[in-house]
Each structure stands twice: as C-alpha cells, then as structure tokens.
Ligand binder design. Structure first.
Ligand code: ADP
Ligand code: MG
Length: 710
C-alpha cells in the first residue's frame, strides 16, 4: 500500500476521539477512587459527591486547557430542535495580586442555570418564574469543539425546570432508558438469564442532507429563512435516471466529506458510511451504532459539523426534510436494537430453540407495542418539514406498519394457525421457525424501502424520522412502548409461575401474534391500495403534523408515559402546546417569506418580462411583421402575473387572519387548511412564469443552478 495512505489510516486510529474526555482519558487522569465512583455513577446511576465532582471538574478543565480551551459550556437540547449553549470562561475572580486562576468547580460541572423562560416550554415556565437548570449527563462524554470562536469544552446536560419538569429532549430519553432497562432485564430473568445486568437501546441514525453552493444559497431568501425553496420550476432533469444514487463523489463533495469525517472522528463520532443519495445534490452519512443517549448527542454533533464544515468549503448544508419540490426529501433512519451490557442483542433471532422462544416473545411484544401505540410512533416523527415528505412516494406514508420479511411473517402465521396443536407440536413448529430464523440471521431479509418500521436482521429500522429532527423523541417512544409490552408479558409469566413458564410463553407469543398481525405489512407502502387496506385494518393514518400532535394528549398516551415516569400529564400537554406553536410559527415564516419574495423579487421580474415581450411585440409590429407568437407569450405571462397578484392578495389575507388567532390547535389548523393551500396557489403561476421569463431576468437561482452546479 502507498506509504502516505497507510500513514493517514494509522493516524485515524491515533486521533479518533482525541477531543473527547472519554473513558480512556478518565482512567488515565483521574485518581482510581474517583474514576471508580464516576463509573458507578455512569453505570448504576449512583449520585456523585460534590467532592468527587470537584476532582473530576478540575481534571476536565486541565485536560481541556491543554487542548487550547478557554471556555466551557453546558450543552443541552431544548425544544427548539437545535442545541443550546452558554459559554463561560474558566476565569475566576482575580486575586488581589492581579493574577487570575482558571477553575471549573464540581458545582459548575454538575449544574448550570440558564434562563428557562426564553426557551419553548409550553407554559411550564413563565417569564416571572424563569428558573431552569442544566444538569450534567455523565453518561455522555464531554468534548472539545474547535471552531472560529476558539476551543470550547462542551458538557452534555439535561435541562429541567425548577420544579423538575423536563424542558428538553434528553431528560425523557434518559427516563425511557431506565424504563426499558428495568422491564427488559426483568423479562430476561424469567428466561433464566442471571448474568446480564442491564439492557440498553443501541441506535445508529443514518443522516440525509443536501449540499448546495453557498453563493447561490445567499441569493435565495426562502432558503435563508425557511431552509427550503418555496418557489422553483422543475429542471429538465431530476432524479429520474437514478444516476446520482451511489454515484461517484464529485471532487468538491469528496473533499467536504473528508473534512467532515476528520472533525467527527476527533470528536469520537464513529462516522462510517457516506454516499450520494437519490436526489441530485443529496448525500448520506451513517455512524456506527452506539448507546442511544450518545447516539442522540452524536447526531446533533453530526448535523452541526455538516453545517459548519460546509461554510468553510463555500457550501451550504440543507437539513430540511424537503428542500426541493419534485425530488426526494431527506430523512433519518433510526436503527434501533436492544443490547445487554454483556453483549447479547435481544433482537438477534439466535441459534437455539430456547433463545428463539425468547426472541419470538420479544418480537411479538414489539409488534403489540407498535400496533397499540402506532399513533405515538407516528407523532414522534411529526415535523413541519416531514408533512411534505411522508406519503409522497419517497418516504413511508403517515401510516405505521411493520415489515418483517416473508420468512418471519410465515413463522408468525404458523404460530397463529397451529393454536390447537399440543405442546410438542407447537414446539416442533417453533423448531421449524428456528431454522427459518437462523436463515434470516445469515442471509438478511429482503429489502423493503417503503416500510416505516422494518426488521432488518437484528434491529428495527424506523424510517419516518425527519432529517432535521432530534432522534430523541422517536427513541423515547420506542423505549417506553416496548417497556410496557415487556412489563405486561413479565406480569403474566410471573403469575403463571415457573412450572407453567414454557406453555405461557407459547400462549403469549401466539396471542400477541394473532392480535397484532394487522400491523405487519410486507407490501408496497407507497401504493394507493395500501392506504385503503390500512383503513380496512383500522390502522391510524395521520397525514399532517397537526393531526399527529393530538395523540400526545390521549388518555392512552398519558397513562403510558406516566406509568413509566417518562412524561407527566403536564409535560405532555406543554409539549403539545409547543408543537402547535412551532407549526404555526414555521408556517407563518414560510408564508411571510413567500409574500416578501413575491413582492420584492418575483412579481417585479414578471413585470420586466412582460415589458420585454411587449417591447418586442411593438418593434416586430412596427417592422410590419405579424407578432402572433410574441403576443401569445405576452398574454400567457400577463395572465400568470394577474393570477400571481390575486394569489398573493389572498395569501396575505389568510396569513394575517391566522396570525391573529390565539396560539394553539385551532391556529395550527388554520395555517394548515387555509395558509398552506394559499401558498400552493401562489407558487403555481410563479413557477410557470419562471419557464417563460428570460433567465437573465429571473432574480433567484433556479433548481438546476442549485442542484446540479456544486
Ligand atoms: P442497512 O444497510 O441495513 O441500513 P447498515 O449496516 O448499513 O444497515 O446500518 C445502518 C445503520 O444501522 C448504521 O448506523 C449501523 O451502525 C446501524 N446498526 C447496525 N446494526 C445495528 C444494531 N444492532 N443496532 C442498532 N443499530 C445498528
Ligand atoms: Mg438503512
């Protein structure tokens, strides 16, 4: 191998995680006793004494300063969808002799106090009772971020109100991890597993994104304010040739990705796979799966890094779910499995019949969970941008179903239909299932890209999540609904007692499979017939975010989340409020941007276009020549101009009246039902005009300029 190449791959091993205060660093730098106490806090949730926290904080500061850090920040994930941070330098009060000390105390490490009233809280925090706390999440390692502002020590934290309500994405996630840990371990004990101490959800999130040229981006107000194009005629070429997917990376993109990877590796993010995606200018990055709370943090780091590095390359990264109409939008596949602390994947079909019974119970419990709480899982992917993507033959429809693959579905069908078989026969059938299952684990199931929730060999892949969204919420829902199903199974097994264990397991598997097989669908999720079929099966179809939000307030949801201490009723209601407001605000910004773009740039361009053609008509006629074609164009463009002008007036009216409406569900509905159609009505004549007006006169870069010229 080329020496230089060899060197650079060896270097990777050296610099991977160099900016992370990870286990290796802690083991090296902390006194043994402190290290062990911290490990117990991370693994068993034991509380740290302030004394220990002081030692850790001081060492963390020393380590960070050696790497050039001057500031630290509590890094948290409020309900804005992005991360938040407030920087403090290590500087402490100057000494009397004029020197300064650099410090980070245990208290500063553990607790911060940002003003909670300035973040969305859905009424949980009013301005007069603004106290909120950020609390160190010692399970996710601190890291140093280098950017234009210098080096900053980022300390991952949870964000709660003074009264203990979660104001962020992370707190409920940590709570849900405890719930699934407790219930899954309890179930494992019943199957005779005495060695595994914990069960942890592992997640790998595949991130899709678009890259465009920064100069062109800056010429489009819609991209700047809303992250997507609100206008734009389709270019002659879209993604129909499928030549972009997995295509060779263009040099500019390749060098961008190289730097993204290097940055991520230094931050200990195991970026692994990268490729071109289906749409022109669309790409994907997938890391190796990690513990879900770390995966959630790392996904945020990935999104930030994608954006930051793009600016350095004169590029812009678009994370919106649907930056361009007419080509695929972006999502995030959330690959989820359950792993014990001693390395057993509970979703691995396994090799022995005994394990397979356990696997089948786990599998059917998950089916049950997903069927009962399909609405909540759908809601967890609800996002303004995702409304433009779900159901558009590029992403799953807004109906939750599970893809198991033919073999596994066949096993379930057998189980359902052999109910009258005696125990041995049932066991025999299960054995048949076993060989089928181990085949599956070897060969992998066939692919079904249209399914929102697909079993892919030893994990489930939830494909509905939007590209901008935190993966926290989907995993909170998954962890909690599966914890509930496990708890119910354990309760029945415990009640039946040891001597009836085997038959009870078989009975449960059969019952769950029978009762919830309706959620299994292996066909084409993009087809019209599936929508009809799903309705017949009674599966919920919630096409818009506004429909989905309601599911958080149902008694079913409140009972579920309260039972596992993941959300209180109050927290759920406040989150609903935040979401309705987010929907309304986002739509309002889109409508306002559209109006401004129309008035200041696009209608003037159309008028210039009209003038140009009119001049042409006049001069042609003056020359005594017929101007039929020119006149027709003139009429066409003038008609579009008046159509656009009417549509603009209408959009102005409906937007103003929706704005006036008090915040909440009704307002969100007004935006969806009145403003969204009015936006579409304005877009149509303007996109048509773009095809007529001279390109030189069109004031914003076209779709072709944006998607094909990077
Ligand atoms: P696929 O091609 O089926 O999507 P990949 O192996 O490319 O599968 O993985 C996609 C994502 O799923 C990656 O982020 C990967 O790390 C993650 N992944 C793989 N195995 C597991 C697992 N057991 N649990 C959670 N995530 C996983
Ligand atoms: Mg995948």
């Amino acid at each position: 191998m080329d020496k230089r190449i060899q060197q650079s791959s060896c270097m990777l091993q050296e610099y991977f995680g160099e900016n992370v205060f990870n286990d290796r660093v802690m083991l090296q730098r902390l006194p043994k006793k402190t290290y062990l106490e911290l490990r117990r806090a991370i693994e068993e949730g034991e509380e740290l004494t302030l004394e220990t926290a002081d030692i850790i904080a001081n060492e963390m500061k020393e380590w960070a300063m050696e790497r050039g850090a001057t500031h630290f920040t509590h890094w948290f994930q409020p309900l804005t969808g992005v991360t938040a941070e407030k920087h403090d330098s290590f500087l402490s009060t100057p000494l009397t002799d004029g020197r300064v000390l650099m410090t980070l105390s245990g208290r500063e490490l553990i607790k911060g106090e940002p003003d909670a009233s300035s973040f969305p809280s859905g009424g949980l925090r009013a301005t007069f009772e603004a106290r909120g706390y950020t609390i160190w999440d010692c399970t996710s390692p601190a890291f140093i971020r280098h950017d234009e502002g210098g080096a900053t020590l980022c300390i991952p934290t949870a964000f709660c109100s003074y009264t203990g309500e979660a104001l962020d994405q992370k707190t409920p996630l940590l709570r849900s991890m405890e719930a699934i840990d407790r219930e899954a371990t309890r179930l494992l004990r019943l199957f005779g597993n005495t060695s595994s101490r914990h069960v942890i959800p592992f997640v790998g999130a595949e991130q899709e994104y678009f890259i465009i040229d920064r100069e062109k981006y800056l010429k489009r107000m819609d991209l700047i304010f809303t992250g997507r194009t609100l206008f734009g005629a389709m270019p002659p070429k879209g993604q129909e040739l499928d030549d972009h997917y997995f295509g060779t990376l263009r040099p500019r993109i390749a060098s961008y990705m190289k730097e993204v990877n290097e940055e991520l590796w230094k931050l200990g993010v195991p970026a692994k796979t990268q490729h071109n995606e289906a749409a022109p200018a669309q790409h994907e990055l997938a890391p190796v799966f990690e513990k879900v709370n770390v995966a959630v943090d790392h996904n945020q780091v990935i999104m930030q890094t994608l954006k930051r590095v793009a600016s350095r390359h004169g590029l812009r990264c678009l994370l919106h779910e649907k930056p361009f109409a007419g080509v695929n939008g972006s999502g995030k596949h959330d690959n989820w499995s359950l792993m014990t602390d001693d390395g057993i994947n509970l979703l691995d079909p396994g090799k022995t019949p005994h394990d397979n019974i356990q696997f089948l119970l786990i599998l059917t419990s998950i089916l049950k969970a997903v069927d009962i709480h399909a609405d909540l899982l759908r809601e967890s992917a609800a996002d303004v941008g995702n409304d433009l993507r779900l159901g558009g033959s590029e992403a799953p429809p807004a109906i939750i179903s599970v893809f198991l693959g033919e073999q596994l579905e066949d096993v379930l069908e057998q189980l359902i239909h052999t109910g009258k078989a005696d125990k041995t026969k049932e066991g025999g059938k299960l054995l048949t299932g076993v060989s089928t299952l181990s085949d599956i684990s070897k060969d992998g199931t066939d692919r079904n890209r249209t399914s929102p929730f697909a079993f892919t060999g030893n994990k489930f892949e939830f494909r509905m999540v939007g590209s901008r969204d935190s993966i926290a919420t989907p995993n909170v829902v998954l962890n909690t609904i599966v914890a509930e199903a496990f708890r119910e199974a354990s309760e029945e097994l415990e009640a039946a007692g040891k001597e009836h264990f085997q038959e009870t397991v078989h009975r449960l598997i059969k019952r769950y499979a029978t009762d919830h097989i309706r959620i299994v669908f292996n066909g084409n999720g993009y087809s019209e017939s599936w929508i009809t079929e799903a309705r017949r099966r009674g599966l919920p179809n919630l096409p818009s975010m506004v429909d989905a939000i309601e599911t958080l307030g149902t008694e079913k949801a409140v009972k579920l989340f309260e039972k596992f201490g993941v959300f209180s009723r109050k927290e759920l209601l406040s989150r609903m409020e935040v979401k309705y407001e987010t929907y309304a605000k986002d739509m309002n910004i889109e409508a306002r941007t559209m109006l401004e773009l129309t008035s200041k740039q696009l209608i003037p361009a159309m008028i210039r276009g009209v003038r140009l053609i009119a001049d042409c008509v006049n001069s042609v006629k003056a020359a005594g020549v017929q101007a039929g074609v020119q006149e027709e164009l003139l009429r066409e463009l003038s008609d579009l101009l008046s159509e656009a002008s009417e549509a603009k007036k209408h959009l102005e009216e409906v937007t103003a009246s929706a704005e006036q409406h008090p915040a909440g569900r009704q307002q969100a509905i007004l935006f969806r039902d009145k403003v969204v159609p009015a936006m579409a009505a304005l877009r149509a004549p303007i996109d048509a005009a773009e095809m007529i007006v001279d390109k030189e006169l069109w004031p914003i870069p076209s779709y072709a300029d944006l998607m094909f010229e990077v």
